[in-house]
Every structure is written in C-alpha cells, then in structure tokens.
Write a protein that binds this ligand. Structure first.
Ligand SMILES: *Cc1c(COP(=O)(O)O)cnc(C)c1O
Length: 424
C-alpha cells in the first residue's frame, strides 16, 4: 500500500539539509559519511551490557570499515580489532592495536599472514585442525591459541552466513577435542574457543544459545582433557535494523541473559574465571554510516526509475544479497511518499539497484538521496568494475566538524597498475 505520510526515519540523518547541501557542493557525490557520536554511543552500549563480565572486549571486525580513523575511535572506546589479513593487521597496528588487543580470525591462511599476526602478538584463532602442525612446523605456536568451532547440524545459520554444515569454516566437534589435546602435547599453555554462526542476526536469543553451546563445551573440554579455556569468543553477527520495522537487539537484555547462564553453567561449577569476548563489526558502525548520492536522471518505461550517481560498486549489499537499505531524500522530508520507483546506478548489470519498487517522494534531478545503514561492509566492499572509482569517506566528528578520512579515487588511481608505455 502506498504511504502518504512523511518519511519513516529509523535513525535521523545527523546533518541538516543545509549542511548536507554545503558538503555535497564542496565535494562530488557519491560519498560516505560516518557519525562519530553514534559509533561511540553504540560501543558504550555494548560494553555496558557486558560490564559484569570481567575482561569483556569486542574485537571490532576491521573488514566492516577498514579505515584507521574509525579504528582509532573504537580503540578509544576500549575495543580491540578482529583481523583476517595482513593488511587489516597493518591498519590495526597503525592505531596502536597490538598484542592481545588483536584477534586474528582467518581461514585458508598463508604462512606469511600467521607470521605477521604472531609478530604483532595477536591471538591466533585457527580455522582448521591441520593448521596446528602447520604453524608449529613453520613458525612455532604462540603460548595462547584459539580454535574456531563449526557446530554443523547442531545449529542453524541464516541467509548471509548460510547453514553451518555447508560453511567452510572451523573445526568439527571431535576435531576440537583432538586439537586441544595436540596443543597440550606441543606445550601450548593458554586456550580459547570461538564460534561464529550468525550474521546480521536480530534475534538476541541466538547469541544466548551460542553462549550456552560454548559454556557446555568449555565444561566438557575441562572434564575430558583437563584443560581450562581462558575465554570464549561469541563471534560477531549482531544484526542492525535495516528496515524501518526491524527492532534492534536489546543489548542490555542480552547481557543479562548471558550473565545468568554464566552464573549457572560456569561460576557455580568452578570453571571461572572465563572471559567472554565478541567480534562484531556491523552493529558498531553499520547504523552510523550513510552513502550520499545525487539524482542524475529519471526514466519511465515499464517501470519508473530514479538514476543516481552511486552504483553497486559503491555499495554492493543490495545487488549481492538483495539487502534492504533505507533511502531518504532530506530535501523532500515533508512531501508525500507517493511514488514507486527502482533506484538504480549506472553499471551494466541489472542488479545494480539500491531499491526495487520502493515508495519514495517525487525526486527531481540533482536531489540528494541518503542511503542509510551503510557504515559496515559498505565502502569496504567497493570495487572498480565498469571503470568506477571508489568514493571519499567523511567523518562527522563529535564537535560537529567534518573531516575527510579518505579521498575519492581518481582515474589515475584506477589505471595505476596498467602499463601504457607501448601505446604512447
Ligand atoms: C565478518 C566477521 C565478523 C564480523 O561480522 P559482523 O556481521 O560485521 O558483526 C566477525 N568474525 C568473523 C570471523 C567474521 O568473518
């Protein structure tokens, strides 16, 4: 049904129409804008929810928003970094995230990357049992080793991460026991346990069940192998309300529920202290990032189209997963949402659409559109297909000023790796 009221606004865009217009007049669209105050607030809410858990830390998944200016903010809020490549380790080190403030959760990992992670003192979170001896033989194991558990048929996943049984990640349950036994033989002294079975999950009980599963494993590993697990890592995957009708996870409630389980399964059975950590990316920055784009054209054929100057190369999620991103038109806040359009980019791919059959106000050429909740897995997934260059990133700082934290790519950047010498 068509909506005739004014725009639903899940999260108010943090700039006034005047400020947005000024920014878009100074810098070419499209660009990303991140809201520092929002990011800090979310960090604080998550930390607050697990304040009861001594040594709780969220390792921000760097891949969600790999920009040192953002890492610096989350570091300042007490978060660590979750890295899966050498480049991400480098970015973390740049802002002073080293040692056990860094979790290295990789898979199919080349030895150079383990070497870099070990040199930084990062926690190695192994994805496969064969990597124990691989690391032992090539570079030696560190004193603390974590394993990634894949529960297989024991747990159901969701669309983004898939069914655990079909997922390439982690150890089976029996491999976990064999793996810890092997670590012990090889003289490793400190042990940890990780799993990641959900992505963009909005049901808080999913994480409570994950905690239950890991607490239970910690107890069985202790009983069978006489090994004390030092911490469990509940993974990332806390979802965000992309759709106006979605409800965010109640973090405080999640914290309380995990606390109750901790008391009954760990504290009262003498398995404490057991630290709890997570590695969320999306929930930290996702809601606080916006892709700003301008209307270039209108087109009416079998459907009506609004063509914008951003495309799937700037934000791949809608094209790749059919993901919903809310769109608003700040300059037309008070107009009725009485049009139904597809909002499209200019790639030669028909899935280059930010919205399909979406109710929006009437949009004119040069209007600025804001694509919401683009602060995680947004710019980071950008690509250069069709000769597209990646956009700039701006940070709205807590004092209200705006800082460019990445410049836009130029055509020279695009062609920097080509050799034109034969053609000149
Ligand atoms: C991607 C990823 C994360 C972060 O996921 P979010 O959905 O951004 O919270 C955490 N851990 C691992 C191993 C990942 O691959």
């Amino acid at each position: 049904m068509l909506q005739t009221e004014t725009s639903p606004m899940p999260r108010p865009f943090p700039l006034s129409v005047e400020q947005l217009t000024e920014l878009a007049n100074e810098f070419p669209t499209p660009f990303y804008l991140y809201d520092e105050a929002g990011i800090r607030q979310t960090c604080q809410e998550l930390n607050q929810a697990f304040q009861w858990a001594d040594g709780f830390r969220n390792y921000f998944a760097v891949k969600a928003l790999p920009n040192p200016h953002i890492l610096n903010i989350v570091h300042d809020e007490g978060m660590g970094a979750d890295c899966s490549s050498k480049a991400e380790l480098f970015l973390s080190e740049t802002v002073g995230l080293t040692g056990e403030q860094v979790m290295f959760t990789s898979n199919n990992t080349p030895i150079e990357e383990y070497t870099a992670a070990k040199a930084l003192g990062a926690i190695l979170n192994l994805d496969d049992i064969s990597h124990i001896d691989f690391i032992h033989e090539q570079i030696g194991l560190p004193e603390l080793v974590s394993f990634r558990y894949n529960p297989g048929a024991a747990r159901e996943g969701n669309v983004i991460i898939g069914n655990p049984e079909e997922a390439k990640y982690g150890f089976t349950e029996s491999q976990l026991f064999d793996g810890y036994r092997r670590l012990k033989e090889l003289g490793v002294q400190r042990y940890a346990l990780h799993t990641m079975v959900a992505s963009n999950e909005l049901d808080g009980s999913f994480f409570v069940e994950t905690a239950r599963m890991l607490f239970d494993l910690v107890a069985r590993i202790h009983n069978e192998l006489d090994i004390q697990i030092e911490f469990i890592n509940l993974g990332g995957g806390i979802g965000i309300p992309y759709r106006p009708e979605d409800q965010p996870i109640d973090l405080a409630k999640l914290g309380v529920a995990v606390h109750e389980l901790y008391n009954s399964m760990i504290a009262s059975t003498g398995l404490d202290p057991l630290r709890i950590v997570m590695e969320n990316g999306r929930m930290v920055t996702g809601p606080h990032g916006y892709l700003v784009t301008r209307c270039l054209h209108h087109k009416s054929i079998y459907r009506d189209y609004v063509g914008v100057d951003a495309c799937m190369a700037n934000l791949m999620r809608p094209g790749m997963y059919g993901a919903y991103h809310h769109i608003t038109v700040p300059g037309r806040k008070d107009e009725p949402w009485d049009r139904v359009v597809d909002v499209v980019g200019s790639l030669c791919e028909n899935n280059d659409k930010f919205a399909i059959q979406r109710e929006l106000p009437a949009i004119q050429r040069d209007d600025l559109l804001v694509i919401h909740d683009a602060g995680a897995h947004g710019h980071a997934m950008g690509f250069q297909y069709n000769g597209k260059t990646r956009s700039a990133e701006f940070l709205l700082q807590t004092d209200g000023s705006i800082k460019q934290i990445r410049r836009a790519e130029t055509q020279d950047d695009l062609f920097a790796t080509l050799d034109f010498s034969e053609f000149r």
